[in-house]
Write a protein that binds this ligand. Structure first.
Ligand SMILES: [Zn+2]
Length: 431
């Protein structure tokens, strides 16, 4: 099927730079963009009027724990370690696979309606997220995190590593490549080194990506140095983890030497501005990492530390907080932030055919309704998206040419049922 989106404004990409076209046309051949321009092309089966809309690349959320939507608001105002070990983990122990599936569906509603077309996730019972992604049409990089608290546990005894590898073998590339399976080591402070070393080697043999948390808090970073005489980045590097294409969430406390390792090993970074500020973790050296040539992206983290999955909010915070922290309004550029939330995310996820509106790329497209008071006048579209637009301004979300959400209506998810099911779970767990 060939679909022509007409009369729209388009935030396209040309030679790696954004280019804005007014009153233009975007053609889609099945799942791929085959035309962008101001002249009306011929040969399309269907036309869709997009007057007053800005088309932009779908946003890519590079770090989260989607089923934690069910724990939104739990343990607010606590330090990370107390929040995680005393509040969150005891509730997580009571989650059934069905609960986790519903939590993920709740997250999908929120992400799709606020312009996310692809996300990277780390959680247990990951087959639930895989099934949901296959059914609803979103793109997802799913991983099952490996943890190990017992130094006497052998690698063969670690059931999490086995589950992670089985998941990769069973589902990597499912749904025509919409579902990719990554491997994951939760963090240095939740894993034993012999498990990290063995799992990293297994993942290398499989050829997977690796999703980790890295130097999120000062406590994590400094306790690692006390325990092992090295930073978490050095620890992972020495254990062979970075021999895999790796992406690391947070990287708030990374040192200059750590950043050199990340650059040398091609490790991408998922920056989570809200989570880092809410949990008082600090300010990641984002511009410095970008200047060093590290691929930095944006993520929301889980809703229990955010407390939403709205990538427009992350985009906004990413574009302003570093200027404030450094007393310098020139630190973060809107174009850099938008690239972090789109093209850089595509690179992190191993999806080179996404992350930009360009002929030949997949049709992962969002439409912003420009007929809103806070979006007028549109003198600088990049600034408009970074500083003014809200997740609720998204009126269409399309993945691989399929519309998943339009004008408040979900095409592939039953919002009423999901909200009802989620309420039942929350009543049982927390009521
Ligand atoms: Zn996280």
């Amino acid at each position: 099927m060939k679909l022509l989106l007409k009369n729209c404004h388009i935030l396209a990409t040309e030679n790696g730079a954004f280019r804005y076209l007014e009153n233009a046309y975007l053609g889609i051949n099945n799942d791929t963009i085959d035309y962008i321009g101001t002249e009306k092309p011929v040969g399309y089966d269907q036309e869709k009027d997009m007057s007053g809309r800005m088309l932009a690349p779908g946003l890519i959320n590079c770090h989260g724990h989607t089923p934690m939507t069910l724990l939104r608001g739990v343990g607010s105002d606590l330090p990370l370690q107390e929040w995680l070990f005393d509040k969150i983990m005891p509730i997580e122990d009571n989650l059934t696979p069905e609960d986790i599936k519903i939590g993920n569906q709740l997250a999908l509603l929120e992400m799709i309606s606020t312009g996310t077309t692809s996300y990277s996730d780390m959680y247990f019972e990951p087959q639930t997220a895989v099934e949901n992604a296959i059914a609803c049409g979103i793109k997802a990089n799913i991983s099952r995190p490996v943890q190990c608290f017992d130094p006497n546990e052998t690698y063969a005894q670690n059931f999490r590593a086995k589950q992670a590898i089985e998941l990769f073998k069973g589902y990597n590339g499912a749904a025509n490549g919409r579902v990719l399976i990554d491997c994951s080591i939760h963090a240095e402070y939740t894993c034993q080194p012999h498990i990290v070393e063995a799992f990293s080697a297994d993942c290398k043999a499989l050829g997977t990506r690796m999703h980790i948390h890295l130097s999120e808090t000062k406590k994590e970073h400094e306790e690692c140095i006390q325990k092992y005489g090295k930073t978490p980045a050095q620890w992972f590097n020495d254990l062979g983890t970075f021999e895999n294409p790796t992406f690391a969430a947070h990287c708030v406390w990374v040192t200059e030497e750590d950043m050199d390792i990340l650059k040398a090993k091609g490790v991408s970074v998922a920056h989570n501005p809200t989570s880092n500020m809410k949990l008082g973790s600090g300010f990641a050296p984002v511009q410095h990492m970008l200047d060093k040539g590290i691929n930095v992206t944006i993520g929301t983290d889980g809703t229990a530390s955010n407390n939403n999955l709205n990538m427009f909010e992350e985009l906004h915070l990413c574009s302003v907080i570093h200027n404030g922290y450094h007393n310098d309004p020139t630190i973060m550029k809107a174009a850099d932030c938008l690239k972090m939330a789109t093209a850089n995310g595509a690179k992190l996820q191993g999806r080179p055919d996404t992350g930009a509106l360009e002929v030949g790329k997949k049709a992962d497209i969002i439409a912003i309704d420009l007929n809103r008071p806070h979006l007028f006048p549109n003198l600088d579209p990049l600034a408009l998206l970074c500083y003014s637009a809200q997740g609720s301004d998204v009126v269409m979300t399309m993945v691989d040419g399929q519309i998943l959400y339009e004008n408040g209506e979900f095409k592939t998810l039953d919002q009423e049922k999901i909200l009802h099911d989620a309420a039942q779970v929350v009543n049982r767990l927390l009521g």
